[in-house]
Design a protein around this ligand. Structure first.
Ligand SMILES: NC(=O)C1=CN([C@@H]2O[C@H](COP(=O)(O)OP(=O)(O)OC[C@H]3O[C@@H](n4cnc5c(N)ncnc54)[C@H](OP(=O)(O)O)[C@@H]3O)[C@@H](O)[C@H]2O)C=CC1
Ligand SMILES: CC[C@](O)(C(C)=O)C(=O)O
Ligand SMILES: [Mg+2]
Ligand SMILES: [Mg+2]
Length: 337
């Protein structure tokens, strides 16, 4: 069975004309959504608490900034782009009291709906447009005339046109230029969490640090170790991104390919695969979600300790020094592209 994919021709931006959109939050995703919606001709306002440090950034862009409650009260489409841990309280206090039948509640990630921290009333549409990339890249690709692929899902379709309006929103972000795949809240949430934990963020960070430690502990220079296990990773991932693992193997030497084929499975062993399945199980049965929400409610002690531990790792110091020598590598993150 092949996936249903929507492109520009399948989405009608006109469906958003005449609708008021509120983007709640102006961080990685929120700033990208608000700016792309604005540039696509949509009537957009941003919802941020009084005193939010994001307010000046949004105002500098000429966006109208209101409190989350006021923004939601004005809007037909309420796009929740605050952090996942904030959303349940934000929804209960500021958004739910201001929802009207016919409104569309939109997410970039299904976490709060999938794990029942948010349930919208009947009469309100609930959908997600989940860009498959960081918000700053969503914005940069849009500005460059491209788009980041996205997922679309509809949890509640009171109006009968939730999918069409969600696709119009995806088009405004540039997502339908690249392709928007139809999914469900459960599939998006579970696969997104698994991807970032096991491979993209967790797996990759742990692999890089372990490779660096192995070389440095064996007496090799940290600078050389940094290049071998971190800097060159981008060059290899670029090849994988462009043409799959096969292109990476084609472009690298036969010596590298033989090492890849024979040594890779010694790194990702049957035990690693078992642990991956366990991690997926914890996502599916809600263990991870409960743990993360409890951690957040307790003031995030483990999160902050582990983050500090990561920042203190030797690879960060040597990396900062080396990147200073290669200013073109350290592309600054901006709110505009
Ligand atoms: N990061 C990414 O690229 C991706 C994120 N997602 C999803 O997108 C959503 C947003 O995540 P992300 O962009 O990372 O979030 P960020 O952490 O970047 O966003 C923080 C923003 O939310 C604001 N904020 C904090 N509390 C509130 C509140 N109570 N009301 C309104 N705004 C508030 C912050 O304001 P202040 O400046 O004052 O703190 C800031 O503007 C999440 O559901 C996430 O899973 C999905 C795909 C990729
Ligand atoms: C890979 C991390 C991500 O899922 C993303 C950028 O898509 C996130 O939650 O930030
Ligand atoms: Mg993701
Ligand atoms: Mg994610």
């Amino acid at each position: 069975m092949s996936a249903t994919v929507y492109y520009d021709a399948d989405a009608d931006l006109g469906l958003l004309q005449g609708l008021k959109v509120a983007v709640i939050g102006y961080g990685s995703q929120g700033h990208a959504h608000a700016l792309c919606l604005r540039d696509s001709g949509v009537d957009v306002r941003v919802g941020l608490p009084e005193g939010s440090k994001s307010r000046p950034k949004a105002e500098e862009e000429g966006l109208r900034v209101l409190t989350p409650a006021d923004a939601a009260a004005e809007a037909d489409v309420v796009s929740i782009q605050a952090p996942d841990t904030v959303q349940r309280t934000l929804y209960a206090q500021d958004i739910a009291p201001n929802l009207r039948p016919g409104n569309l509640l939109l997410f970039s990630h299904g976490f709060n709906v999938r794990y029942d921290y948010i349930s919208a009333p009947e009469g309100v549409d609930v959908a997600l447009i989940a860009p498959k990339g960081p918000g700053h890249l969503v914005r940069r690709q849009f500005v460059d005339g491209h788009g980041v692929p996205a997922l679309v899902a509809v949890e509640q379709d009171a109006s009968g046109r939730a999918l069409e309006v969600a696709l119009a929103y995806a088009k405004a972000l540039g997502g339908t230029r690249a392709g928007v795949i139809k999914t469900t809240f459960a599939e998006e949430t579970e696969t997104d969490l698994f991807g970032e934990q096991a491979v993209l963020c967790g797996g990759t960070s742990a692999l890089i640090e372990a490779g660096f430690d192995t070389l440095v502990n064996a007496g090799y220079q940290p600078e050389i170790a940094y290049f071998e296990v971190l800097h060159e990773l981008k060059l290899i991932v670029d090849l994988i991104y462009e043409g799959g693992i096969a292109r990476q193997r084609y472009s690298c030497s036969d010596t590298a390919e033989y090492g890849d084929l024979t040594r890779g499975p010694r790194i990702v062993t049957d035990d690693t695969r078992k642990e991956m399945a366990k991690i997926l199980g914890e996502i599916q049965d809600g263990t991870f979600a409960r743990e993360w929400i409890a951690e957040d409610e307790n003031g995030r002690p483990n999160f902050l300790r582990l983050r500090a531990q990561g920042q203190a790792h030797g690879i960060e110091q040597v990396g900062a020094r080396l990147r200073d020598m290669m200013p073109w590598v350290d592309r600054k993150i901006t709110e505009t592209a």
